[in-house]
Design a protein around this ligand. Structure first.
Ligand SMILES: [Zn+2]
Length: 438
C-alpha cells in the first residue's frame, strides 16, 4: 500500500513538472497587452461632426480610432474627381446605337458623374450597387436609361457631388494633421466616394492611387496602410485592385487565419477553427444601444475576436447619424472594459495580427539571463508595431529588468498554471530583449 502511494506521489510530481513551462519559453500574446479581444472604432466619410463632436468624446476617454476620409474635397488636395477617357460627347453619341453591355458598361458608368449634368451621378451609384449585388444586366439597363435621358436633354447642366462628399466639407489637412498627432489613424476613403465596382480600370486606379498620394503627401506613409472602398464593397475585382495599393482594406481581409464577418452579415462569431475573427458591426439609427453593447459583450466573452465598429454620421450630419449622447454612453461602456479589451486603430490591430502570425520568437536562458529575439519577414516600414511577449521565468524571480536597446523597464512577475512569467513589449526585427532577475 505504501509503495502504491509513493508511486502515485511520484506520478503527481512528474505530471506537475510536465505541465510547467520551461523557464525562457516565450510566446506572443494573442492580443496586445494580453487582453481578451480587440476593438477598432472606425468612421467613414469624414462628415464634419465626426471631428467637431465625436472626436472630443474619444479624446476625453483616451480612445484611438480610424477615420476613412474623402480626400478630393479637402482644400489643398492635389487630386479631384474627374473622368479619364474619351471625350464624353463620343460616349454619349455611341449610346444611341450600341446598348450597354459587359464591354462598354464601365466606361459609361465611370463617365456618368462627369457629363456636366445634375442627375447622372445617381445612376452611377445605382448601377454600382447592382454590380455589388451581382446583378450586371440590371446595371446595364440603368446606364441605358441614364444615357437615353442625357440624349433627350432631361438633365440640367451643373456639377453634382454626392452627399458623403458634401457632408465632409469643413475639414482641412491642418486639422487632420492635428488629430493624427493625437493618435488617431487617418486613411483613404477615395477621392470622391464613388462606386468603385462600376469604374473602369483607369478611373478606379485614379481613385485608389491618387487618393493615396494626397494622404501620403499631407500625412506620411504610415497613413497609407489602411483604406475603405465606399459602401463597404466586397466586389472581388475592386478588392483585387485595392489590395495591391493598400495593405489593409476594411472591406475584405482575406487571410487563412481570419474569419470575416462583414457588417452586412447578420451572423455572430460562432464556432471557428481560425485563429482570429473580424466581427464588423455598423450601428444605424435603428440599432438600440443594448444591441450595440452586446457586440462588445460578445467580444469580451471570447478570446479570438476583433470587433470593428463602422460609424457614419453624428448629430444630424452624415449617413445614419447617431447622437453624441448615444456615442458617449457607448464609448464609455467600451472604455470601462479596457482592462480586457485592446482598443486600437484598425491599422494597428491588423498589423498586430499579421506580425504575430508571421513572427518567429527564439529565447535562450544562460547563467541567469534570458535573451529573446523576435523577427518577421513583413515589410519593415509598415509592420513596426511592438508586440506583447510572455516569457516564463525561473520560479525564484520576483521581478525582471527587461531591456531592448536603450529602453529598460522593471516589471513584477505574475503566475499562472504554467509557472512564473512576465509580460512586456518588444519591437520585432530589432536587437534582442534581455531579461535579468532583480
Ligand atoms: Zn462611405
Amino acid at each position: 500500500m505504501k509503495k502504491l502511494l509513493l508511486l502515485l506521489l511520484i506520478i503527481i510530481i512528474w505530471y506537475t513538472n510536465l505541465v510547467k513551462a520551461q523557464p525562457g519559453k516565450t510566446s506572443i500574446t494573442k492580443w496586445q497587452y494580453d487582453r481578451t479581444g480587440a476593438v477598432s472604432i472606425t468612421w467613414d466619410d469624414g462628415s464634419i461632426n465626426q471631428f467637431k463632436v465625436a472626436l472630443p468624446i474619444l479624446n476625453r476617454l483616451q480612445l484611438k480610432s480610424t477615420f476613412f476620409i474623402i480626400t478630393g474635397q479637402i482644400p489643398g488636395s492635389q487630386y479631384h474627381g474627374r473622368f479619364i477617357g474619351r471625350p464624353v460627347k463620343d460616349i454619349i453619341n455611341e449610346t444611341a446605337t450600341v446598348p450597354t453591355n459587359k464591354t462598354n458598361f464601365y466606361e459609361r458608368a465611370s463617365a456618368a458623374g462627369y457629363l456636366g449634368l445634375i442627375g447622372p451621378l445617381d445612376y452611377h451609384y445605382q448601377a454600382g450597387s447592382l454590380i455589388d449585388a451581382g446583378k450586371p444586366n440590371e446595371a446595364y439597363k440603368v446606364i441605358d436609361d441614364c444615357y437615353s435621358k442625357v440624349r433627350k436633354g432631361e438633365f440640367k447642366p451643373g456639377i453634382q457631388h454626392n452627399t458623403e462628399y458634401t457632408d465632409a466639407h469643413g475639414t482641412t489637412w491642418a486639422d487632420i494633421k492635428k488629430y493624427a498627432a493625437q493618435g488617431h489613424e487617418f486613411a483613404s476613403h477615395m477621392i470622391t466616394h464613388p462606386r468603385l465596382a462600376a469604374l473602369d480600370e483607369t478611373n478606379m486606379l485614379y481613385e485608389l492611387e491618387k487618393s493615396r498620394l494626397d494622404v501620403l503627401h499631407h500625412l506620411g506613409v504610415r497613413y497609407t496602410f489602411s483604406a475603405e472602398g465606399p459602401f463597404g464593397t466586397e466586389n472581388e475585382r475592386v478588392v483585387a485592385y485595392a489590395s495591391k495599393i493598400y495593405p489593409a482594406l476594411r472591406n475584405r481581409m482575406p487571410e487563412p487565419w481570419l474569419k470575416e464577418i462583414s457588417r452586412s452579415n447578420p451572423a455572430t462569431p460562432g464556432n471557428t477553427n481560425k485563429e482570429y475573427v473580424q466581427f464588423q458591426r455598423g450601428a444605424t439609427t435603428q440599432t438600440p444601444l443594448p444591441v450595440m453593447k452586446s457586440w462588445v459583450d460578445t467580444t469580451l466573452n471570447r478570446k479570438d475576436t476583433w470587433l470593428v465598429l463602422t460609424h457614419h454620421g453624428v448629430d444630424g450630419i452624415g449617413w445614419e447619424a447617431l447622437s453624441h449622447q448615444e456615442l458617449d454612453e457607448y464609448f464609455t461602456y467600451i472604455k470601462n472594459h479596457e482592462n480586457k479589451l485592446w482598443v486600437a486603430s484598425f491599422g494597428d490591430v491588423a498589423k498586430y495580427m499579421r506580425e504575430r502570425q508571421s513572427a518567429k520568437v527564439q529565447s535562450i536562458i544562460k547563467s541567469g539571463t534570458v535573451t529573446v529575439t523576435i523577427s518577421h519577414p513583413l515589410n519593415k516600414t509598415m509592420y513596426n508595431l511592438p508586440l506583447t511577449l510572455k516569457t516564463y521565468l525561473p520560479a525564484n524571480w520576483k521581478s525582471a529588468i527587461i531591456t531592448q536597446g536603450n529602453t529598460s523597464k522593471t516589471t513584477q512577475v505574475a503566475t499562472d498554471a504554467l509557472g512564473t512569467y512576465v509580460l512586456y513589449q518588444a519591437y520585432p526585427n530589432s536587437i534582442p530583449v534581455i531579461l535579468i532577475s532583480r
